[in-house]
Design a protein around this ligand. Structure first.
Ligand code: 1HN
Length: 334
């Protein structure tokens, strides 16, 4: 058998471009000057995924219905992921990240698993629920940001007398889909123990927990406004002096009623979670009204600005570390 393509014509007989394109097809090639699917390069980032806001006031009720209809023993996690409404999109919230709202009821356990995508939780309401990350049990309190770094075992457990607990999950799953190193295991299948990490250690302070009280104290101690001016005050939630996780940076922003930011654009993508307050984001001409618990998607290179109606705290999760590491982070004030 020949190692070459059986249908390749005698190249000396190829006398027209149409025949040449037939050869391209046969050999799975394309001419740089002839791209039926369109050019490979363009002058600046295209508008693919859309600016959007998801309203907690609407979604909380939906989670409660899921709480009635979906037994936690059947659902790995009782969460709803936020699909960017761009035509044809089936998963990401912004290019590299997916956001979800999750709810757990008293006495329930979301069993331990680990995966290569990195995750974080921003707690919205409820007390009495804990997350256990690599054997360390940390209580979830409103405003806290809790990390689940790549490949760490994690479960969520609500005490019998807990409130219903609601939080936001943000993960870099779409980036892992693109890069392809997806790995996922359930604790039950690897270690056993009914799917729960044995003998967790109760911790109040942990490198994976950014407590809301600490964030507030840090914001208050801040003397200089951030250079970009997108908020009155801003702190970064860091790990070892760098971004919270290799693929996701976290900032907490504070702005008072009446604040109006300048307009910026950046090659990074952001998801804002509203911890408190209300206002509007103007993202590429679209007015997105937000209030407590809402999630705002600001896709790359869309001009955006914020105005604040009621004193506000927002947590910004961005993929800046990814673009920064690759030398692709461009940010400009308009
Ligand atoms: C996940 O594992 C959790 O562990 C939450 O709580 C949200 C969204 C997409 C994929 C995995 C969790 C998730 C998720």
């Amino acid at each position: 058998m020949s190692a070459t393509s059986p249908n390749l014509p005698d190249l000396s007989q190829v006398t027209s471009l149409d025949q040449l394109y037939g050869v391209f097809e046969e050999l799975s090639m394309e001419g740089g000057w002839h791209r039926p699917a369109g050019p490979a390069l363009w002058p600046e980032p295209r508008k693919t995924l859309l600016p959007h806001v998801w309203h907690y006031a609407e979604i909380k009720g939906v989670l409660d219905v899921a709480g009635r209809l979906v037994d936690h023993t059947q659902a790995d996690r009782r969460n709803v992921t936020l699909t960017n409404p761009a035509e044809g999109n089936v998963y990401p919230t912004v290019r590299t990240m997916v956001a979800a709202y999750q709810m757990i009821k008293p006495g329930e356990n979301a069993l331990a698993h680990h995966h290569t995508p990195a995750a974080l939780r921003i707690i919205l309401e409820g007390s009495g629920t804990c997350t256990v990350v690599e054997g360390d049990r940390v209580e979830m309190r409103p405003g806290d940001v809790l990390l689940t770094p790549s490949w760490t075992w994690h479960e969520h457990s609500a005490a019998a007398d807990a409130d219903d607990c609601y939080w936001v999950d943000i993960l870099d799953v779409p980036l892992i889909h693109l890069l392809e190193p997806m790995f996922f295991e359930k604790y039950e299948d690897v270690v056993g123990h009914d799917g729960l990490q044995p003998d967790p250690r109760d911790l109040d302070a942990s490198p994976i927990a950014y407590r809301w009280t600490d964030s507030l104290a840090r914001l208050e101690a801040q003397t200089e406004a951030p250079e970009h001016g997108m908020a009155e005050q801003e702190i970064e939630l860091t790990t070892d002096g760098g971004p919270a996780m290799p693929t996701i940076a976290l900032h907490v922003q504070q702005s008072s009623a009446g604040f109006a930011s300048p307009t910026m654009r950046t090659t990074a993508n952001s998801l804002y979670t509203v911890i408190e307050g209300s206002g509007e984001a103007l993202v590429d001409g679209e007015v997105l009204r937000w209030e407590r618990g809402d999630i705002i998607a600001v896709p790359a290179w869309r001009p955006y600005s914020f105005t604040v109606r009621e004193d506000a705290y927002l947590v910004r999760a961005s993929d800046e570390p990814v673009y920064g590491a690759l030398g692709l982070l461009r940010t400009e004030k308009l």
